[in-house]
Ligand binder design. Sequence first.
Ligand code: UDP
Length: 493
Amino acid sequence: MALEYSKEHGQLHFLVIPLGSPGHYIPTMDIAKLLAQHGVRVTIVTTPVSVVRFGSILDQAIKSGLPICFLELPLQYTDFGLPEGCETIDALPSFGMTKALMVAYNSLQQGVEQYIEKLNPRPNCIVSDTFLLWPRETAKKFQIPRIIFDGMSCFTQMCNHVLYLSKAHESVGESDLFVLPGLPDRIELKRSQLPFAFNPGLKDMYDFQQNIRASESEAYGVVINSFEELEKEYADRYQRVKGDRAWCIGPLSLCHKDESEKVQRGNKSSINKIECLEWLDSQANGSVIYACLGSISRVEPTQLIELALALESSKKPFIWVVRAGHMTENIEKWIDEEGFLERTKERALLIRGWAPQILVLSHPAIGGFLTHCGWNSILEGVSAGVPMVTWPQFQDQFYNEKLVVQVLRIGVSVGAQIGVNGALFGDEEKPGVVKHEQLRGAIEMVMGDGKEGEDRRKRAKELSVMANKAIEVGGSSHENMTRLIEDIRNQVN
Ligand code: UDP
């Protein structure tokens, strides 16, 4: 592939293209920072609201001289029926608009191609989110190697891989447990817990997934937010599947050491940093359960009430993040009218809106993390050495639960049975019901004093040490980032 780069400086230039969902945008900003720390010039393709919301975390890095800049392009909101300023999935008034948002993101292609056309030399690499299909054409058109990022683990990649090969899910009923064949561990799931790609009911999404697979197969390689030591056998197998062009470069969140960066990661925090830290400082080490169900999951208010009741009856201090946006009024009404706050005020910190998650998780007061099992959250919990209570909702989250509970043995499942993929894309699908007794039982196990709890905590701490080593100079993820950049440099020379 004939490529040029600035011979005077020998500096490579990467174009980084994130997807409009916090769970994708946030780690992509981290990838940009890491690339720049490794001497690569980075241009991030972004839009007017997102550049402020997600880009501000890079202000300090840019001020300190890291070569990062933004290519800000307008998003044609009204053309696609989106409310003004609505650029990410969590900002959509309803999940039914997800498709419109994806189409709106397609319109960035033209602006990006005009930008590339004017550049001499051309960028040396495109790093784009897997769920964006147009960068495939752009990369082809300008003969630029494309690296994809989908924000998932090697474990997930391998679960998907064996299902695509074996089609084992096709011969079982919705709610029958079956074994995913050919994996290093005996992983059993129900079809209803699998990602939407394996749910034939969602035809549109199935087709979309097929296009993604085609696009992935043409990509030069893939970067993964994980570290090899965490899921060694799966990382090795995935490497083989990808012909050695899969680079584990995480945990990405660990590229932020500074409190001021941690507090603004992903959004403006809804709680003042000092207030949050003072509350945490006032709690005993390892005593607090932190409950946050991610940035986009739309958990029914009735289920949130079960969670509130579980937190209350656990008798532990807790932080509960009540996400803004989805039926917020219903749950807020319940909180205010049913005396929940009054009953728990001595030991509760309620964050209404956006929590500074990595700041909270890294505080020694945190003893457990009740999570919806989004991969970023899992890895952030691992990085902080915190055992987890797992309550998966959709997509890769049931896989992540298996990894955490069964393979790594650092978590306890609440026993969710059914995925709610349909709800993610606007279908009228009713989520599975988890009772507060189940939630409380899992919280008590994770926070408990017995040997099982101690062993779980010990394993979580050991993984945290490994995670932190992986990103240091000489660590596996640091080395992988160097290898990736050298690989692209070899394409240029
Ligand atoms: N997050 C946060 N504060 C919140 C909610 C989410 O900082 O109140 C961050 C969290 O730290 C993680 C990301 O948003 O980096 C969510 O990604 P994840 O993969 O865990 O779940 P998703 O939201 O994509 O389902």
